[in-house]
Design a protein around this ligand. Structure first.
Ligand code: PMV
Length: 329
């Protein structure tokens, strides 16, 4: 079926989840980080409807056929639909549109892992709308509108997760999207352990902001050390030097611990994976829970996996450097 403008009426899009490899928190202050896209994806289907309503179904976050109007206030919208609603609103505002939509989202991964379900859904929505309405957008344009959306809903963030969902692969990213550079590397050999605890990114970013206000010189030194680690990690990654990456991960972890964002559970998983022979290990993302990563060599992969389970973590199988946002046929 085609509408009057010969545009498509229904479209399916998917975008990858992400894992922060190096540089979390410092990236919020305009410094670099390295992030990789994972092979577990967010999937969104959007269909044009004949009324002015936005109907959202996101069973993963308990949303079933929620009816929204563009005039609704963000404050009154359930948490699980805020990113969907704000992405549509921002896109419609930019292009002066108002059509009704039926939006369905489905994720390959749990929204508790910290794999970036909110940013991936935001990217999927804007990409799908640009196709549906025939508004061609380059990757940077897509980034800008999605980043604006995340800031409106979440208040804080560097945009690294948005860039990862759009570009895919493994990227070197400077806070706010000042630089987004693909790193030429094979798939990065990491094991992922989930603590079972859902972290709140905004709370942790605010916690570090308070510490920075209290100890500005010290935090500046810590962040510049993190920045140096990120730059060295980029070089090590380009020559597939995973042993060095492991050592850099350990150093990055020490600095994150000094910011007060690691937890006993994260440290348990990190230390057991090191004891099991990992090249190095660190938390991934804001901290406070979510996931840790360990760099492995092939001959101790099994032992590291087991050590994470023994320490009370949940092993999550992922492949890294996955493809960025794409239209699904
Ligand atoms: O918790 P996550 O996986 O969304 O990662 C947050 C990373 C921070 O650097 C703490 C925040 C950000 O937006 O860069």
């Amino acid at each position: 079926m085609k509408n009057n403008n010969h545009l498509r009426c229904k479209i399916k899009v998917s975008a990858p989840g992400k894992l922060m490899l190096f540089g979390e928190h410092a990236v919020v202050y305009g410094l670099p980080c390295i992030v990789t896209a994972v092979d577990q994806r967010m999937r969104v289907e959007i269909e044009l409807s004949n009324d002015k309503l936005i109907r959202v179904s996101s069973p993963d976050v308990g949303i079933d056929n929620l009816e929204l109007k563009l005039s609704d206030n963000l404050k009154n919208i359930p948490k699980g639909a805020k990113f969907v609603f704000t992405s549509i609103k921002n896109f419609y505002k930019k292009y002066n549109l108002s059509s009704g939509l039926i939006v369905k989202t489905k994720s390959d991964f749990s929204s508790s892992f910290g794999f970036g379900s909110s940013s991936a859904v935001t990217v999927c929505i804007v990409k799908a709308l640009s196709e549906l309405f025939g508004k061609k957008m380059g990757r940077k344009q897509l980034f800008d509108i999605c980043f604006q959306t995340v800031l409106e809903v979440q208040g804080v963030g560097s945009g690294f997760d948005i860039a990862s969902a759009i570009w895919g692969g493994t990227i070197y990213f400077i806070g706010g999207g000042k630089k987004i550079l693909p790193i030429s590397t094979k798939s990065v050999p990491i094991v992922v352990g989930y603590t079972g605890i859902k972290a709140d990114t905004s709370d942790l970013v605010n916690k570090v902001a308070l510490l920075r206000r209290d100890q500005p010189e010290t935090i500046k030194l810590i962040f510049s050390a993190v920045s140096m680690i990120v730059k060295k990690a980029r070089k090590a990654m380009e020559i597939n030097d995973f042993k060095s990456l492991g050592r850099l991960a350990d150093m990055n972890q020490g600095l994150l611990d000094s910011l007060g964002v690691s937890t006993q559970k994260l440290n348990d998983l990190i230390f057991s994976s090191r004891m099991a022979g990992a090249y190095g290990a660190k938390l991934s993302g804001a901290g406070g829970g979510d996931c840790m990563i360990a760099f492995y060599s092939k001959n101790n992969l099994e032992r590291i996996r087991d050590s994470i389970k023994k320490a009370g973590g949940i092993f999550i199988p992922v492949k890294t450097s996955a493809e960025g946002v794409r239209i699904e046929r």
